[in-house]
Structure formats: C-alpha cells, structure tokens
Design a protein around this ligand. Structure first.
Ligand code: CDP
Ligand code: MG
Length: 765
C-alpha cells in the first residue's frame, strides 16, 4: 500500500463492499438528527449558557474555568495521605518495574523506542523518571509531544498532580493559542505541531535535553515531519536524547528509521478479551451500538464493569449518548422503576468524549463513581490510545473512524467515515482487558476484517493537504522537499499540488525558492492563506481589522439558533450581516461586542456564543504578540469595507467560484458545482454576487461554500495573473462595478496552470 506514491491512496480498501457502503451512507439515527439539528443545538447552548452562569456565580476566570488540580495542595491534613496514595498508584503501574532498565537504556543510547500497552505509564511516568534521574539538572528541559490537544492538556494536569506542583510551574503544557508553560517549567507537554513551530525558531531545539515523541504509532502529519527533522538534528546535537513511545503496533518502523535504534517493551499486564463479531453486516452502526450497550447494561451486574463505545466523531457520539439515555429511561419507566415522572437514571452515568468538548466536561470521564453506579463512555478514537479510562470491561466498536482524506486534484481535505484498520480494531478491543478479563463487541462481520480493513492505518502524511508542511520544510531550509527523509513518502501528486498552491499565493517563486513573503508567512501560526492576508493587510492599511477577521475564523460557529426561537434568532443574526461578506459580518460582530464592553449579557441577547467570542479575543491577543515580535504594524482602515474585501482576495484567489445559474456557483479552477451555505450572509440575497472567494468547502449532502466574500473579478486576476484569464464581455464598461460588477468573465488559465506546475516540479527533479 505505501509504495503507491504516484497517486493518492484510497482509504477504502474495498470501496464497494457493504461495510464500506454503509460507512458512506452513515447512520440513519445521525442523519435524522441532522434534520433536527436545532434540537441538539439547543441542548448544547443550554450547557454553554449554564456553564457561563455557574462560572459567573463562582467568580471563575472566564478564559480559564477548566477543572483545576484538586484542592488537595491547600489541605495539609490530607497531604501525607494524598502523597502516599499517589505513590502507591505510581508504583502499581507496569512501567515502574522497568524504571531502571528504561533509564539505563536511555542513558546508553541516543534514540530509544519504548513500546507498551496503553495505560502502562509511558506518558505520565517516563517524563517523571527522567526528571527524577537528573535529565533537567543541566538547565535543559524535557519535552513531550502529543498528537492531540486534549491529551497534552490532560496528561500535563495529571503529572502536575502526581508531582504535587501547580500547572505552569515545573510541569506545563503548550497547545496552539494556549501557553501554560513558564521559565520554571521542567517537563513540558505540547502538541507535535508546537514542537515543529519551535524547531522553526530554534533549529537546534537547544533548550531540550530530552524529547519524547509520544503516541508515535498514530503517525500524525506533524509527528512524521518531526521525526524527519529530528533524524537530521540528532547528528548535530549528540547530547540530545530522543525517546519514541508507541502502543504495541508498527514499532519496528521507527527502529529502522533511526538506524536500528533499540526497542524496549514494557511487560504488559493484560487480560484476555473475548471478541464477538456481528453475524450480519450492520446497516446502522449507531442503532446497533445503542442496542448492544442497553443489552449489556440490562443483562449484567453493574459491578461487572463499565462500558466504552467507539464512535467516529462528535455527531454520532452525541446521538449515541442521547439515544442510550432515552432508551434506558423508557425501559426503567416500563419496568416500573420510577415512582415519579421526574425520576432519572440513578445507577448510570453516560459521558461523551471528543476533542471539541469543553475541557470541564472532558475531565468527567476519569471520575471514580460510587460502587452502585456504572459508567458508559462514548468516545471518538481519542480513547483508543491517548486517554486511559480505568474500569472498562466492555467495549463496543463500530468499526469506523473519521479520517482526513485529501484529493489533490480538487485540492480538498475532507473528513470521511472509513473502516478502521486491524491495528485500530485490536487496540479498541484491548481497552476491555486492562484490569480484568473483558468482552469486545465488534459491530462488523469477521469477513469484513479480512476484506475491508488494512493491517494498519494509512499515515496522515499520505492523505492530507501538505501546503503548510511544505512551507515549513522550505523555511527550515530544505530546498528539495522530495528528498526530505519521510518515514513514509507522501504521494508526489500531493507534494506538487502543495507547491503549486504555495506558488499561487506567492510564498515560493518560479524556482521553488521561498520568497520574502513566504518567509514571513512561515513565522505565523496560521495556514498559508490566512498568513498571507494578515501580512498583506499592512500594505492595504487594514491590519487591525484583518487580525480580528483571522482570529474570528479560528473559532467555531458563533451564532445560536435555539429551538422555538428560530425566527427571533435569525432576525438578530441578520442585523449583523454586511452585504456580500461573511468575513466582514464576523468583523462586525466583534466590533459590536467590543463596543458593548465585551459583555456576556449582550451576547446572550444577540444569540451569540460568548465563549467562542472570548476565545477569538484570546487568539487575537496572542497573534498580536506574534505580530509585534515580527514588527508587523497594526493599522486600521475604519469601515472601508471594500479595501478589506480586496485584501482577503489576495490570499484566497485559488478558492474562487463564479455564479452559474440560479443560486449555483461553479469553482473557477476545478469546475466543481457548489452553493452558498445556508448560514452565510449571502444566502438570502436576491442578487447573488457573480464572483466569490470562500474560506472552506464543506461536503455533506452537497458541496457548500462556507464563509464567503464577494470579490471583484479584477482582484482575482490581479492576485493570480497566471492562474486566471479575464475577458471583458462589455468593452464599454471597462471598470468593474464593485461587488455586483457583472461585466467580465474570469476563466481558469489552464495553460499557465500546467506551465507553472511544470516549472516547479522540474526544479525539483
Ligand atoms: O501512556 P500510557 O498509555 O502508557 O499510560 P498513561 O497515560 O501514563 O497512564 C497511566 C495511568 O495513569 C493509567 O492508569 C491512567 O488511568 C492514569 N491517568 C489518569 O488517571 N488521569 C489522566 N489524566 C491520565 C492518566
Ligand atoms: Mg500515553
């Protein structure tokens, strides 16, 4: 599978099988729920609003109301008890028995590969062992990367708790737009993306004595790139220790990549897991999972253990959570367990967990429940290896996960529900046998394992857009990205189309060399297009406004639409609309929020998520700091909206579409048919603008343009002279008439498109 580098790799091993077709069809329950989106929306808003209320009442710092380390530190009476408890727990972990062996291996080798079952203590213990053994005594620190933000945050908190220190002191963490580390920090957890950024600023990563690439088996894009960079760096920094930790899969590959680096397997302590396959293909995996969970709960004793269900993403996790609840309530009622209509499920706690879940809700899954209660956790593959929940005895595996799949021909990253790999399936089942023998229910047939599953997952680098990565490699001084030591080579086609995209926005020149603009772009923690408009905005005199727009684009949907109040909220929302631009609408929301002194009350009144807005403000402040350090000036253009639209166009001319027929747009470069998303400020417009650029393409039942701005066709041509050809249809009307100028016809310039691509690729050969 991995030798196939000329083309993209199909994430479906057997696209026509029933198992694969069902993945694309999705769950009926989820689809139905999507139609009733408002309902879920309302529930979410309710929790969000309640969250704010509780936070307010407790006087919590709004940006930081995460569950902090328990108050045990201030409670001296319990302190010694607490320490004993912690030590006992630490010493009971499998890694503890191997402590000395692990440390001597690390002392003797520059690179060590450490393999261990999930939950054996790799993430939380190894960094502490290194710390205790003096790896930070030379003033340098221990860095630990995680593929997931949630994991970086939660393990840092756990380790701080075990070491009995405050987070941001000896133990800290950094994820994009959130830095909880300080000059006192000795053990620093971070996402793999953060370490990449640091490598850009300090090529030698000098402040680290030891770098641990955790969860390497996940093979995220950033982990793969980091490993390639480290391979070279280790030659220069002989004193740097590299530790690669991995669950029990694909470890041989890392060892080979680092010149046969030694491996150490932490002796496991696992119990047998009985595996049950579905006898027939399952047509609705959510329905099947709900039935199985209800069945287990009703037919086994609560003390026999907790249940973990693997779903694919936020949507099906939520639907599963809600449906299990509904079904159980119904059953209890029927059985006559309830004496009053307000009775609730007393012997069960149902917790969803996914990356986008607010941190204060994420930590709930680790709670120890009363003996009379059972826990059901419904998770995305975040619970596969990065988080360990104790007490799980039953696992239900839907057989799918959401994978980012890139199609370089249309230049589109999309999340697709695809069959998991056999390695994932085994990892999922294994979660049931951590503390005692367990049972795994696989909601697929034994045949689909043979016919539909790859042995291991296709690494992200082979199925994602690489523009950001290529820009990063170029700025690290790597001239020929095709020669970079990738642990698995990405498809050539993807590398070329990334080079093309970078060239088209002016980040690299005709010879594939980084331009001045490209160098500046690589210093901003944003995707290339957003970096470009932020940098260009200085010339346009609107950097203050663009900074707000870019920050607002980095947060999820801000408008709320509660059930029963749709009309009212739509009306409120439309008051913010700026004709022809969602980007400007976002700016407008921010500016009005600001003139209302960042009030939460105002947000609630206007049906706006105040939590998201606060997040945007946080991001804005951090980007401002980056801008100051790069000497990027802050200039305001006031309400000269056209200048701002023009500036946005400079970064998005490769993402442009042209009106074609009633309410339909056709993508200028790919010819794909799309339409404006219903949430857009342009959606209800009687006269749609003839040309638009978009921030994001969403593929659901059809293709939607999300976050759209009307542009003048001449701006498109001007920003991408070689990409587009412009024909004036009406010679008398030489000048366009702003947003609604309909007098020109922009066409993708096929010849130049191919020509430029050739130029770039020839240079690389
Ligand atoms: O990295 P690995 O999977 O080998 O294990 P770990 O994450 O270091 O977990 C070791 C132990 O710490 C497990 O028993 C976890 O349940 C526990 N842990 C926890 O209670 N809370 C966390 N936030 C993280 C880990
Ligand atoms: Mg771990």
């Amino acid at each position: 599978q991995s030798s196939n580098v000329d083309d993209t790799i199909n994430p479906f091993r057997n696209p026509e099988s029933e198992f694969s077709v069902n993945a694309r069809k999705g769950s009926n329950l989820v689809n139905k729920r999507r139609l009733h989106r408002e309902q879920t929306q309302r529930a979410k808003e309710k929790t969000a609003v309640e969250g704010t209320k509780i936070g307010d009442a407790l006087g919590l710092d709004k940006e930081n109301n995460q569950e902090q380390i328990p108050t045990k530190q201030s409670n001296n009476k319990n302190k010694s008890n607490y320490k004993e408890d912690i030590n006992a727990t630490r010493q009971s972990l499998p890694a503890y028995k191997s402590r000395d062996a692990l440390l001597s291996m690390i002392r003797e080798n520059q690179v060590s590969i450490i393999i261990g079952e999930t939950g054996s203590g790799k993430t939380t213990q190894l960094p502490q062992y290194l710390y205790e053994d003096g790896f930070t005594s030379n003033g340098k620190i221990i860095g630990v990367t995680q593929p997931r933000r949630v994991a970086a945050m939660s393990v840092a908190k756990r380790v701080a708790q075990e070491m009995d220190v405050k987070i941001k002191e000896e133990v800290g963490y950094t994820i994009r737009f959130e830095d909880f580390s300080s000059s006192n920090t000795k053990i620093k957890f971070m996402t793999d993306g953060i370490l990449l950024r640091e490598a850009l600023l300090d090529n030698d990563l000098d402040k680290y004595s030891c770098i641990m690439i955790d969860e390497a088996h996940e093979r995220t894009l950033n982990t793969d790139v980091m490993l390639g960079i480290l391979k070279d760096l280790l030659q220069r920094r002989k004193d740097l220790k590299l530790i690669i930790t991995s669950a029990t899969m694909n470890a041989m590959k890392f060892s080979k990549f680092f010149g046969n680096a030694p491996q150490f397997t932490i002796p496991g302590r696992t119990f047998p897991v009985e595996i049950n396959y579905s006898k027939h293909p399952v047509s609705d995996y959510v329905e099947a999972a709900v039935k199985q969970a209800v069945n287990i709960h009703m037919s086994t004793s609560i003390q026999s253990g907790d249940i973990l269900i693997f779903m694919t993403g936020q949507e099906d996790v939520e639907v599963t959570t809600d449906t299990i609840r509904e079904r159980l309530l119904e059953l209890y009622r029927k059985k006559g367990d309830f004496t009053s209509p307000n009775d609730d499920l007393e012997d069960i706690e149902i917790y969803p967990i996914y990356s986008a879940l607010a941190p204060e809700f994420q930590n709930r899954i680790f709670r120890k429940l009363d003996i009379s209660k059972r826990k059901i956790v419904i998770a995305t593959n975040i619970a596969e290896t990065s988080l360990t929940i104790d007490g799980i005895r039953y696992v239900i595996d839907c057989g799918y996960s959401k994978l980012k799949v890139y199609n370089p021909r249309i230049g589109l990253d999309a999340l697709a529900t695809t069959p998991i790999s056999l390695a994932n399936a085994n990892q999922r089942s294994g979660r049931a046998g951590r503390t005692a023998p367990g049972v795994a229910y696989r909601l697929y047939t034994e045949e689909s394992v043979e016919n539909d599953m790859y042995t291991s997952t296709i690494p992200e680098i082979q199925r994602t857009n690489l523009s950001n990565t290529v820009l990063l490699l170029k700025s690290l001084g790597i001239k020929n990205v095709l020669c970079f030591p990738f642990i698995d080579m990405p498809p050539i086609q993807t590398l070329l189309s990334s080079l093309y995209e970078l060239w088209s926005i002016g980040a690299i020149d005709n010879f594939g060399e980084l331009t001045k603009l490209g160098t500046e772009m690589s210093k901003l923690p944003l995707q290339p297009s957003l970096s470009k408009i932020l940098l260009k905005s200085v010339e346009f005199g609107c950097s203050a406004e663009m900074l707000i727009i870019v920050s607002m684009l980095s947060i999820p949907q801000i408008f709320q639409r509660p059930k029963g109040r749709e009309k009212e909220s739509d009306k409120e929302r439309s008051r913010f609309f700026i004709a022809g631009s969602d980007h400007l609408t976002l700016l407008n929301v921010y500016l009005q929020w600001k003139s209302n002194r960042f009030s939460t009350k105002w947000c609630t009144k206007c049906f706006i998520q105040s939590r998201s807005l606060s997040k945007a403000e946080d991001i804005r402040k951090q980007l401002l700091r980056v801008m100051e350090s790069q000497n990027i000036q802050l200039k305001s253009i006031g309400s000269n909206w056209d200048v701002i639209r023009h500036c946005i166009c400079t970064g998005f001319s490769h993402q442009a579409a042209k009106l074609s027929g009633l309410k339909r747009y056709v993508h200028l470069r790919t010819g794909m048919h799309t339409q404006i998303h219903p949430t857009s400020a342009l959606f209800g417009m009687g006269d749609l603008p003839p040309y638009v650029i978009y921030n994001e393409l969403l593929m659901t039942s059809s293709e939607y343009l999300v976050c759209v701005t009307a542009v003048d066709p001449f701006w498109l041509m001007e920003s991408s002279l070689l990409m587009y050809d412009i024909k004036k249809q009406n010679a008398e009307n030489e000048y366009s008439t702003g947003i609604f100028g309909n007098n020109s016809n922009v066409k993708a310039n096929k010849f130049e498109f191919e020509g430029a691509r050739k130029l770039v690729s020839e240079k690389l050969d």
